[in-house]
Design a protein around this ligand. Structure first.
Ligand code: C2E
Ligand code: MG
Ligand code: MG
Ligand code: MG
Length: 278
Protein backbone atom coordinates (compact mmCIF):
# COMPACT_ATOMS: atom_id res chain seq x y z
CA UNK A 1 0.00 0.00 0.00
CA UNK A 2 2.72 2.45 1.03
CA UNK A 3 4.69 1.36 -1.97
CA UNK A 4 1.79 2.11 -4.30
CA UNK A 5 1.36 5.57 -2.83
CA UNK A 6 5.06 6.18 -3.25
CA UNK A 7 4.83 5.12 -6.85
CA UNK A 8 1.92 7.44 -7.53
CA UNK A 9 3.85 10.43 -6.26
CA UNK A 10 6.51 9.80 -8.88
CA UNK A 11 4.15 11.28 -11.42
CA UNK A 12 4.33 14.64 -9.66
CA UNK A 13 7.75 14.95 -8.03
CA UNK A 14 11.25 13.81 -8.56
CA UNK A 15 11.06 11.14 -5.85
CA UNK A 16 14.75 11.23 -5.03
CA UNK A 17 14.64 14.95 -4.29
CA UNK A 18 11.46 14.91 -2.21
CA UNK A 19 12.56 11.83 -0.32
CA UNK A 20 15.88 13.38 0.45
CA UNK A 21 14.31 16.69 1.51
CA UNK A 22 11.77 14.90 3.68
CA UNK A 23 14.43 12.78 5.30
CA UNK A 24 16.44 15.90 6.09
CA UNK A 25 13.46 17.73 7.59
CA UNK A 26 12.56 14.64 9.63
CA UNK A 27 16.12 14.24 10.78
CA UNK A 28 16.38 17.89 11.71
CA UNK A 29 13.38 17.57 14.02
CA UNK A 30 14.79 14.45 15.64
CA UNK A 31 18.26 15.96 15.99
CA UNK A 32 16.78 18.93 17.84
CA UNK A 33 15.54 16.54 20.53
CA UNK A 34 18.58 14.28 20.45
CA UNK A 35 20.67 16.42 22.81
CA UNK A 36 17.98 16.55 25.51
CA UNK A 37 17.28 12.85 25.06
CA UNK A 38 20.97 11.99 25.54
CA UNK A 39 21.11 10.22 22.21
CA UNK A 40 24.65 11.30 21.30
CA UNK A 41 27.56 9.07 22.21
CA UNK A 42 31.30 9.54 21.77
CA UNK A 43 33.32 6.66 20.42
CA UNK A 44 37.09 6.76 20.49
CA UNK A 45 39.45 5.44 17.84
CA UNK A 46 42.91 4.56 19.20
CA UNK A 47 45.95 6.24 17.64
CA UNK A 48 49.14 4.23 17.52
CA UNK A 49 52.83 4.97 17.07
CA UNK A 50 53.99 3.62 13.69
CA UNK A 51 57.50 3.08 15.05
CA UNK A 52 56.79 1.40 18.39
CA UNK A 53 53.15 0.30 18.25
CA UNK A 54 52.40 2.07 21.54
CA UNK A 55 49.09 3.78 22.17
CA UNK A 56 49.35 7.56 21.73
CA UNK A 57 45.73 8.41 22.59
CA UNK A 58 42.70 8.54 20.36
CA UNK A 59 40.17 10.51 18.38
CA UNK A 60 36.68 11.22 19.73
CA UNK A 61 34.04 10.42 17.09
CA UNK A 62 30.38 11.23 17.40
CA UNK A 63 27.62 8.63 17.11
CA UNK A 64 23.87 9.18 17.27
CA UNK A 65 21.84 6.38 18.81
CA UNK A 66 18.28 7.43 18.04
CA UNK A 67 15.06 6.13 19.55
CA UNK A 68 15.08 3.02 17.31
CA UNK A 69 18.50 2.16 18.75
CA UNK A 70 20.05 2.60 15.34
CA UNK A 71 23.65 3.79 15.32
CA UNK A 72 23.76 6.73 12.91
CA UNK A 73 27.13 7.61 11.45
CA UNK A 74 28.46 11.20 11.23
CA UNK A 75 28.33 11.23 7.43
CA UNK A 76 24.52 10.94 7.69
CA UNK A 77 23.83 13.58 10.33
CA UNK A 78 26.80 15.98 10.70
CA UNK A 79 25.91 17.80 7.45
CA UNK A 80 22.38 18.29 8.82
CA UNK A 81 23.73 19.56 12.16
CA UNK A 82 26.11 21.83 10.31
CA UNK A 83 23.50 23.40 8.01
CA UNK A 84 21.00 23.97 10.84
CA UNK A 85 23.64 25.39 13.20
CA UNK A 86 22.90 22.70 15.81
CA UNK A 87 26.52 21.61 15.44
CA UNK A 88 27.54 24.48 17.73
CA UNK A 89 25.63 23.02 20.69
CA UNK A 90 26.50 19.44 19.86
CA UNK A 91 30.14 20.44 19.41
CA UNK A 92 30.16 22.02 22.87
CA UNK A 93 28.83 18.77 24.25
CA UNK A 94 31.61 16.89 22.41
CA UNK A 95 34.29 19.12 23.98
CA UNK A 96 32.82 18.82 27.50
CA UNK A 97 32.30 15.07 27.22
CA UNK A 98 35.84 14.56 25.90
CA UNK A 99 37.16 16.40 28.97
CA UNK A 100 34.92 14.32 31.22
CA UNK A 101 36.28 11.09 29.69
CA UNK A 102 39.84 12.36 30.10
CA UNK A 103 39.19 13.14 33.76
CA UNK A 104 38.03 9.55 34.26
CA UNK A 105 41.09 8.12 32.49
CA UNK A 106 43.38 10.33 34.59
CA UNK A 107 41.62 9.38 37.83
CA UNK A 108 41.95 5.72 36.92
CA UNK A 109 45.68 6.24 36.40
CA UNK A 110 45.57 4.88 32.85
CA UNK A 111 46.20 8.12 30.91
CA UNK A 112 49.85 8.89 30.20
CA UNK A 113 51.35 12.34 29.88
CA UNK A 114 52.36 11.94 26.23
CA UNK A 115 48.84 10.97 25.15
CA UNK A 116 46.39 13.20 23.28
CA UNK A 117 42.70 13.07 22.62
CA UNK A 118 41.62 14.37 19.20
CA UNK A 119 38.43 16.45 19.01
CA UNK A 120 36.90 17.37 15.65
CA UNK A 121 35.78 20.98 15.24
CA UNK A 122 33.47 21.72 12.32
CA UNK A 123 33.76 24.92 10.26
CA UNK A 124 30.64 26.41 11.80
CA UNK A 125 31.74 25.55 15.33
CA UNK A 126 35.15 27.05 14.68
CA UNK A 127 33.44 30.33 13.78
CA UNK A 128 31.52 30.33 17.11
CA UNK A 129 32.82 33.43 18.97
CA UNK A 130 32.52 31.49 22.25
CA UNK A 131 34.74 28.60 21.18
CA UNK A 132 37.73 29.75 23.24
CA UNK A 133 35.55 30.23 26.33
CA UNK A 134 34.01 26.80 25.91
CA UNK A 135 37.38 25.11 25.59
CA UNK A 136 38.71 27.01 28.59
CA UNK A 137 35.65 26.37 30.70
CA UNK A 138 35.53 22.64 29.91
CA UNK A 139 39.18 22.20 30.78
CA UNK A 140 38.76 24.09 34.03
CA UNK A 141 35.65 22.26 35.16
CA UNK A 142 37.30 18.87 34.66
CA UNK A 143 40.77 20.10 35.62
CA UNK A 144 42.32 18.90 32.37
CA UNK A 145 45.81 19.79 31.21
CA UNK A 146 45.20 21.44 27.80
CA UNK A 147 48.18 19.65 26.33
CA UNK A 148 46.04 16.50 26.34
CA UNK A 149 43.78 18.02 23.67
CA UNK A 150 44.34 17.96 19.93
CA UNK A 151 41.80 19.89 17.88
CA UNK A 152 41.22 18.56 14.38
CA UNK A 153 40.04 21.03 11.78
CA UNK A 154 39.79 20.90 8.00
CA UNK A 155 41.16 23.55 5.71
CA UNK A 156 37.72 24.54 4.52
CA UNK A 157 37.21 26.49 7.73
CA UNK A 158 40.09 28.87 7.19
CA UNK A 159 39.32 29.66 3.58
CA UNK A 160 37.07 32.57 4.44
CA UNK A 161 39.15 34.54 6.86
CA UNK A 162 42.69 33.30 7.31
CA UNK A 163 43.76 36.06 9.70
CA UNK A 164 40.80 35.41 11.97
CA UNK A 165 41.50 31.67 11.92
CA UNK A 166 45.14 32.27 12.85
CA UNK A 167 44.11 34.49 15.78
CA UNK A 168 41.67 31.91 17.05
CA UNK A 169 44.11 29.05 16.74
CA UNK A 170 46.84 31.03 18.48
CA UNK A 171 44.52 31.82 21.38
CA UNK A 172 43.61 28.17 21.87
CA UNK A 173 47.21 27.06 21.38
CA UNK A 174 48.27 29.56 24.03
CA UNK A 175 46.29 27.46 26.49
CA UNK A 176 48.54 24.52 25.57
CA UNK A 177 46.33 22.55 23.17
CA UNK A 178 47.50 21.52 19.71
CA UNK A 179 45.95 21.59 16.23
CA UNK A 180 45.85 19.03 13.48
CA UNK A 181 44.85 19.64 9.92
CA UNK A 182 42.33 16.91 9.13
CA UNK A 183 41.58 15.05 5.89
CA UNK A 184 44.65 16.50 4.23
CA UNK A 185 44.89 15.85 0.51
CA UNK A 186 41.23 16.24 -0.38
CA UNK A 187 38.97 19.23 -0.87
CA UNK A 188 40.54 22.62 -0.48
CA UNK A 189 44.00 21.37 0.41
CA UNK A 190 46.57 23.96 -0.35
CA UNK A 191 50.15 24.33 0.72
CA UNK A 192 49.55 28.02 1.42
CA UNK A 193 47.53 27.18 4.52
CA UNK A 194 50.22 24.91 5.87
CA UNK A 195 52.67 27.76 5.66
CA UNK A 196 50.46 30.37 7.26
CA UNK A 197 48.47 28.49 9.88
CA UNK A 198 49.98 27.28 13.16
CA UNK A 199 49.30 23.55 12.78
CA UNK A 200 51.24 20.97 14.78
CA UNK A 201 50.16 17.85 12.95
CA UNK A 202 48.78 16.76 9.60
CA UNK A 203 46.34 13.90 9.10
CA UNK A 204 46.43 12.25 5.68
CA UNK A 205 42.97 11.33 4.47
CA UNK A 206 42.28 7.63 4.28
CA UNK A 207 41.51 7.95 0.59
CA UNK A 208 45.29 8.00 -0.02
CA UNK A 209 46.16 5.43 2.61
CA UNK A 210 43.72 2.70 1.65
CA UNK A 211 45.57 1.65 -1.50
CA UNK A 212 49.05 2.82 -0.63
CA UNK A 213 50.48 -0.71 -0.92
CA UNK A 214 48.77 -1.43 -4.27
CA UNK A 215 48.81 1.85 -6.09
CA UNK A 216 51.91 3.87 -6.90
CA UNK A 217 49.89 7.05 -7.36
CA UNK A 218 48.58 6.94 -3.77
CA UNK A 219 52.07 6.23 -2.55
CA UNK A 220 53.46 9.12 -4.56
CA UNK A 221 50.92 11.52 -3.09
CA UNK A 222 51.68 10.36 0.44
CA UNK A 223 55.42 10.75 -0.20
CA UNK A 224 54.84 14.30 -1.39
CA UNK A 225 52.71 15.10 1.67
CA UNK A 226 55.44 13.66 3.92
CA UNK A 227 58.05 15.88 2.28
CA UNK A 228 55.94 19.01 2.68
CA UNK A 229 55.16 18.14 6.30
CA UNK A 230 58.83 17.80 7.07
CA UNK A 231 59.42 21.19 5.52
CA UNK A 232 56.87 22.78 7.84
CA UNK A 233 57.79 20.76 10.93
CA UNK A 234 54.49 18.89 11.11
CA UNK A 235 54.06 15.42 12.53
CA UNK A 236 52.13 13.15 10.19
CA UNK A 237 49.38 10.77 11.13
CA UNK A 238 47.63 8.41 8.70
CA UNK A 239 43.91 7.69 8.75
CA UNK A 240 42.32 4.45 7.66
CA UNK A 241 45.24 2.04 7.94
CA UNK A 242 43.60 -1.28 7.20
CA UNK A 243 46.52 -3.65 6.60
CA UNK A 244 50.01 -4.59 7.70
CA UNK A 245 51.21 -3.87 4.16
CA UNK A 246 49.98 -0.27 4.36
CA UNK A 247 51.54 0.13 7.80
CA UNK A 248 54.90 -1.18 6.56
CA UNK A 249 54.99 1.42 3.79
CA UNK A 250 54.05 4.20 6.20
CA UNK A 251 56.93 3.18 8.46
CA UNK A 252 59.29 3.25 5.49
CA UNK A 253 58.08 6.78 4.66
CA UNK A 254 58.59 8.05 8.21
CA UNK A 255 54.97 8.50 9.21
CA UNK A 256 54.63 9.19 12.96
CA UNK A 257 51.29 7.66 13.94
CA UNK A 258 48.18 6.02 12.55
CA UNK A 259 44.63 4.99 13.19
CA UNK A 260 42.55 2.44 11.33
CA UNK A 261 40.92 -0.95 11.37
CA UNK A 262 44.34 -2.65 11.29
CA UNK A 263 44.57 -1.78 14.98
CA UNK A 264 40.97 -0.88 15.86
CA UNK A 265 37.91 0.90 14.51
CA UNK A 266 36.33 3.50 16.84
CA UNK A 267 35.08 1.85 20.04
CA UNK A 268 32.74 2.86 22.89
CA UNK A 269 34.43 4.51 25.86
CA UNK A 270 34.42 1.39 28.05
CA UNK A 271 36.29 -0.58 25.39
CA UNK A 272 38.80 2.25 24.97
CA UNK A 273 39.25 2.27 28.76
CA UNK A 274 40.23 -1.42 28.58
CA UNK A 275 42.74 -0.66 25.82
CA UNK A 276 44.31 2.09 27.95
CA UNK A 277 44.45 -0.21 30.96
CA UNK A 278 46.02 -3.11 29.05
P1 C2E B 1 37.49 12.19 10.41
O1 C2E B 1 37.70 13.21 11.46
O2 C2E B 1 38.39 12.18 9.24
O3 C2E B 1 37.52 10.79 11.18
C1 C2E B 1 38.06 9.62 10.67
C2 C2E B 1 36.99 8.75 10.08
O4 C2E B 1 37.60 7.65 9.42
C3 C2E B 1 36.04 8.13 11.12
O5 C2E B 1 34.75 8.04 10.53
C4 C2E B 1 36.64 6.75 11.31
O6 C2E B 1 35.70 5.79 11.78
C5 C2E B 1 37.06 6.44 9.89
N1 C2E B 1 38.08 5.40 9.86
C6 C2E B 1 39.24 5.39 10.56
N2 C2E B 1 39.95 4.29 10.26
C7 C2E B 1 39.24 3.60 9.33
C8 C2E B 1 39.47 2.36 8.61
O7 C2E B 1 40.48 1.69 8.77
N3 C2E B 1 38.52 1.98 7.72
C9 C2E B 1 37.39 2.71 7.52
N4 C2E B 1 36.51 2.25 6.62
N5 C2E B 1 37.13 3.87 8.18
C10 C2E B 1 38.06 4.31 9.07
P2 C2E B 1 33.42 8.48 11.27
O8 C2E B 1 33.50 8.16 12.73
O9 C2E B 1 32.31 7.94 10.47
O10 C2E B 1 33.46 10.06 11.15
C11 C2E B 1 33.36 10.69 9.90
C12 C2E B 1 33.63 12.16 10.00
O11 C2E B 1 32.62 12.84 10.74
C13 C2E B 1 34.92 12.49 10.72
O12 C2E B 1 35.98 12.31 9.83
C14 C2E B 1 34.68 13.93 11.10
O13 C2E B 1 34.92 14.79 10.02
C15 C2E B 1 33.20 13.94 11.38
N6 C2E B 1 32.99 13.87 12.84
C16 C2E B 1 32.98 12.78 13.64
N7 C2E B 1 32.77 13.14 14.93
C17 C2E B 1 32.67 14.50 14.94
C18 C2E B 1 32.45 15.48 15.98
O14 C2E B 1 32.36 15.18 17.18
N8 C2E B 1 32.37 16.79 15.58
C19 C2E B 1 32.52 17.14 14.28
N9 C2E B 1 32.43 18.45 13.98
N10 C2E B 1 32.73 16.26 13.30
C20 C2E B 1 32.81 14.94 13.62
MG1 MG C 1 39.19 13.91 12.57
MG1 MG D 1 40.25 12.87 9.21
MG1 MG E 1 38.84 11.61 6.85
Amino acid sequence: EAKRKGRNSIAFFDPSITQKAQRQIGMNTRLRKAMDNHEFVLYIQPQISVETGELLGGEALLRWMNADKVTNMPSEFIPVLESSGLIVDVGRWVIRTSCEYLRNFIDMGIWQDHMRLGINISPRQFRDPQLLDIVQHSMKSYNIDPSFLNFEVTESLVIEDVDDAIKKMEAIKALGAMFSIDDFGIGYSSMIYLKRLPFDQLKIDREFIRNIHRDSESRGIVEAIMAVSKQYGLKVTAEGVESQEALDILRELGCHSYQGSHFSMPVPCDRFTKLLAA
